[in-house]
Design a protein around this ligand. Sequence first.
Ligand code: NAP
Length: 286
Amino acid sequence: MALIDGKKIANEIYENLAVEVQKLTRENNLQPKLAVILVGDNAASLSYIKQKRKACEKTGIQWVQFDYEESLTQDELLKKIQELNEDNSIHGILVQLPLPEHFEVPKVIRAIDPHKDVDGFTAYNLGKMFLGTEFEDLPPCTPAGVIKMLEYYDIDPEGMNVTIVGASNIVGKPLATMLLNRGATPTICHIKTKDLKSHTINADMVCVAVGRPNLITEDMVKEGVVIIDIGVNRKDDGKLCGDCDFERIEPKASYITPVPGGAGPMTVACLMENTVKAAKRLNNIS
Ligand code: NAP
């Protein structure tokens, strides 16, 4: 078994990006800038924002944060997004999810200029991804991070039967598309899937993004399986765990991602990459 060390890969990405950002600043007078909007004070959101801010500090990407009370109206938020869309000094816009219940998330995401959509959530960026790897410009960060982890460990999805558990627009569905683009045969499972085990037991790779501890157990996977655990759950003792029974599956797997330290850091690293990419594209720098 080999552990997939997402934290290590993320740190290497930060080192490379820091050099690139320095060069852009020096040669093009361009310092990429990420605008982050936070509505309310959801504890998980605060923790995610802290990680993203730290990553900006490591890479030299500028950070500007707009904090609003939960009482912010949708029109006020849309107006702020429009203002950031039109501000040439801003290259990436991120609205931290979840938003309070009175917001219509699809409408909010739709308001973001796709060229500044560094989360890769807009229909434009998701749609382009369907056309093939060469159109994955600002890809959604979590699936893009998974692909980077596979590449780093020379795990080629071509020809693999991959079962993806969880079918959200930000993880499961785009991950299936990216793997399909790379020659895998993906199966996507969700809450209505009958007999989940029948889909996981013969899979060469199982990717899980549900948010339920121990959803995938040792008896559900085959010897030599590659396990990509994207789920994040907080246990009673305050520690984090994924969706797989890590302890029992680990000896059986050829590769496995830990939680924390796998998909999480890679998601943030891909956000940084997208921000630099967006800044370059908006300024016609190749
Ligand atoms: P989501 O939008 O709630 O989607 C969860 C998906 O899992 C849905 O497709 C749902 O099916 C499916 N599902 C729920 N219960 C299931 C079950 N018992 N069996 C099979 N499928 C089931 O969540 P998300 O935003 O994709 O996030 C999923 C998990 O990944 C969470 O733990 C989240 O914290 C984590 N996450 C981690 C990162 C990271 O950077 N590491 C990034 C994003 C998300 P239906 O669609 O049919 O309801």
